[in-house]
Design a protein around this ligand. Sequence first.
Ligand SMILES: *[C@@H]1O[C@H](CO)[C@@H](O)[C@H](O)[C@H]1NC(C)=O
Ligand SMILES: *[C@@H]1O[C@H](CO)[C@@H](O)[C@H](O)[C@H]1NC(C)=O
Ligand SMILES: *[C@@H]1O[C@H](CO)[C@@H](O)[C@H](O)[C@H]1NC(C)=O
Ligand SMILES: *[C@@H]1O[C@H](CO)[C@@H](O)[C@H](O)[C@H]1NC(C)=O
Ligand SMILES: *[C@@H]1O[C@H](CO)[C@@H](O)[C@H](O)[C@H]1NC(C)=O
Ligand SMILES: *[C@@H]1O[C@H](CO)[C@@H](O)[C@H](O)[C@H]1NC(C)=O
Ligand SMILES: *[C@@H]1O[C@H](CO)[C@@H](O)[C@H](O)[C@H]1NC(C)=O
Ligand SMILES: [Cu+2]
Length: 582
Amino acid sequence: MKAYNLGPGWLAKFSVLTLLILVVLNLAVTTEARARIRHYQWKVDYLYFSPDCVEKVIIAINGQYPGPPIRARVGDTIVVELENGLPTEDVVIHWHGIHQVGTPWYDGTAFVSQCPINPGETFKYKFVVSRPGTYFYHGHFGMQRSAGFYGSLIVDLEQGEKEPYAYDGELSIILNDWWHRSMYDQETGLFSIPFRFVGEPQSLLIEGRGSYNCSLVPSGSVAGSGDCVNCNSSNPQCQPYILPVEPGKTYRLRITSVASLSSLNFILEGHNMTIVEADGYNVDPVVVENLDVYSGETYSVLFTANQNPSQNYWAAVNVRGRKPATPTGLAVLNYLPNPSSLLPSTPSPVSPVWNDFDYSLNQSKLIVARQGYEVPPPTPDRQLILLTTQNKVNGKIKWGINNVTYVPTSTPVLVALKYGLKKAYDPIPPPDYPTRPFNISSPPPNPNAIVGSGVYKFQFGSVVDVIIQNANMLNPNNSEIHPWHLHGHDFWVLGSGKGIFNPVTDPQGYNLNNPPLKNTVPVFPYGWVALRFRADNPGVWPFHCHVEAHFHMGMGVIFAEGWDRLPQLPKSILGCGLSKYL
Ligand SMILES: *[C@@H]1O[C@H](CO)[C@@H](O)[C@H](O)[C@H]1NC(C)=O
Ligand SMILES: *[C@@H]1O[C@H](CO)[C@@H](O)[C@H](O)[C@H]1NC(C)=O
Ligand SMILES: *[C@@H]1O[C@H](CO)[C@@H](O)[C@H](O)[C@H]1NC(C)=O
Ligand SMILES: *[C@@H]1O[C@H](CO)[C@@H](O)[C@H](O)[C@H]1NC(C)=O
Ligand SMILES: *[C@@H]1O[C@H](CO)[C@@H](O)[C@H](O)[C@H]1NC(C)=O
Ligand SMILES: *[C@@H]1O[C@H](CO)[C@@H](O)[C@H](O)[C@H]1NC(C)=O
Ligand SMILES: *[C@@H]1O[C@H](CO)[C@@H](O)[C@H](O)[C@H]1NC(C)=O
Ligand SMILES: [Cu+2]
């Protein structure tokens, strides 16, 4: 090392250095001042509620359904002190779309990132929201999301920053499907022999509100004798959600689907919509007359209130991809100063035919990244082809990925990996490729699969391609839509197609130019989707079908990377399985 020579310019050098330090400090202080802590105290409880006019026990937060919205700015720290007031079951909350960089233990997945929170206990979630966008949160234990345990999480741009599109006002809705039978009843049916399916939903809800036709409640039911007898169409809880707009103004409408089963199609009667955001990223604006929304996805659309202002319009949601047996869910687009009680006299808006999959495929291909986002690396370091099949295990219907159906362990996988608890999870990784040649057009000749909790471990920083291959179910001529969701990352959607993925020719058609970044993507019947992501977020991350029942029946895998880089895990996530001995 050279001795520092105090030459003639030292004073100038010193001043420049001082100035630099001051600038850096000043920046740090400014960021500090801007980034805030948003503190929430929530208590989870059972509650009698009538979202579609039929009374049911739901899971609510602070007596609210949907749960309290979280609104923050980029860089803010969210602190949620969650008290489990349910006397007989555990809870966790997953923050859908939030990457949890540096805090993988607060991802909120039972037995993956943490032990579930016992009755009477309080757990503190604390994480930073680092990207703007439309997100949400929901229960991630059992089928609690379908009991109403969810709410919205919206992250605004930093103060002074603007979106590359203009609007005068903002609205936000969460879409959902709804059953009268309890989540316990539904869950029991899934695990029964023979399998008992709860059937199509009774209602579709917009921001937690629907309207069941009370005269369809089984006659002869006695109030207080059991399920779905208390139906009151005047109950304020089931009055349509109101979207107030001023004529001539343009609105940003944020749309989220937390549906348990259904793929949905959203319509604003008489108004086209311009899609500008998907899963937290701005997309190349594209005009649509109606919007497909899959469970786990979020969108922002712009629309202008430029129709005849003397009336109100329907906002409507219909089922897609499954033969609909559920009436249209309706909210009211209320042109002010019309009263919100002025219901449109027009019939419920109609969506494209439920099984016009080409329409949906076309629409999903319209969504590409807006300029300014990182393009994907040209090639992957590793490729997985995940064949998803309906299977049987001990006579029960399950879903398998490369012939393995996922069952949670009793020790959180994050804890098992970090502390090397080899007995806590399946040490054999699941297969990277389908185990045998297969025919996606017919039911598996041998439907049996194995159960497992194996983990796909990725080299830290490596680029991973995942191809999800859909197939026929146990019944002939039957294949369903599966929206796949990845925790801890966004992925580029490189391509999709019909039939069997061809590993030689199909990658030649990948969009490496402007693929959208998403955290959830639908895989259509008998089709495939190709995704690419960087395994650069230390932690353990589920990748699973967002259909509540499907994940519960094993349709998921666990990804992990960089767990050895993590510091000591918080004690609050421990306590179950082998983690209680730590
Ligand atoms: C409600 O159901 C009854 C009985 O099926 C039917 O007559 C009536 O038209 C329905 N009402 C509405 C608004 O659909
Ligand atoms: C239905 O709900 C309305 C509004 O809350 C209430 O006034 C009415 O008493 C209820 N009807 C019945 C039968 O409970
Ligand atoms: C919506 O878009 C369609 C097709 O692009 C067009 O035919 C129609 O006129 C538009 N409707 C409105 C209300 O702007
Ligand atoms: C889908 O897009 C293709 C190509 O643009 C077009 O030929 C076809 O008619 C579209 N199908 C539907 C159902 O919209
Ligand atoms: C795959 O299954 C379909 C439907 O059963 C059948 O028509 C087709 O011949 C099968 N293909 C092969 C290669 O066996
Ligand atoms: C899946 O595993 C089961 C149980 O070991 C086996 O019977 C079946 O043949 C396997 N199927 C495939 C496609 O590998
Ligand atoms: C398969 O189902 C589709 C509808 O999903 C139907 O149009 C078609 O006729 C069916 N084919 C057979 C062979 O049953
Ligand atoms: Cu699924």
